[in-house]
Ligand binder design. Structure first.
Ligand code: FES
Length: 165
């Protein structure tokens, strides 16, 4: 299932940041060649690249929208879909799976109505499942915003996630 954030919430998010985004775009007026840096700054602001903001970049800096989308889709670090404030990565590699990694994904689905690749409606969490994080002896492993949590179980995951607002 493709996650689609409510359009009103997206618009409100963009409007809240409008002044800051305009200044940000204008600060690149004399350095259009630094498009990647501008997109990084926009993603830092929103946690993803909202289409309306990319249209604004195109209009204000006179850069073809196709070029902007070309860059935005080329680099894996950019996301055109809303992402949560916190990225939760659950390992479902063999070692983690046999120790119960799938129960963690089930819990995310049950508690947050979230499948891998999706984001909660309040933009709190984005969930991704991966095949191995390279530390199998610590499994099941979950990484939240880059912080590794070892020997996870559903209750421990619950406690960890409660501290991420
Ligand atoms: S299988 Fe999970 S870290 Fe390797």
């Amino acid at each position: 299932m493709e996650f689609v954030l409510d359009a009103t919430k997206v618009q409100s998010l963009i409007e809240t940041h409008a002044g800051k985004v305009d200044s940000l775009i204008d600060s690149y007026a004399e350095k259009k060649e630094q498009l990647i840096a501008l997109l990084q700054d926009i993603q830092t602001e929103f946690n993803y690249l909202p289409r309306d903001v990319l249209v604004k970049v195109s209009q204000r800096l006179d850069i073809p929208l196709s070029q902007i989308f070309g860059v935005a889709t080329f680099f894996r670090a950019f996301s055109l879909k809303p992402r949560g404030r916190h990225l939760v990565t659950v390992c479902l590699g063999t070692a983690c799976h046999i120790r119960g990694g799938h129960r963690l994904v089930d819990k995310m689905e049950r508690d947050y109505d979230l499948k891998s690749g999706e984001t909660t409606d309040d933009l709190r969490f984005t969930l991704e499942a991966v095949n191995c994080l390279g530390c199998c002896a610590l499994g099941p492993v979950v990484v939240v915003d880059g912080k590794y949590e070892s020997q996870m179980n559903p209750d421990k995951l619950d406690r960890v996630l409660r501290s991420y607002k």
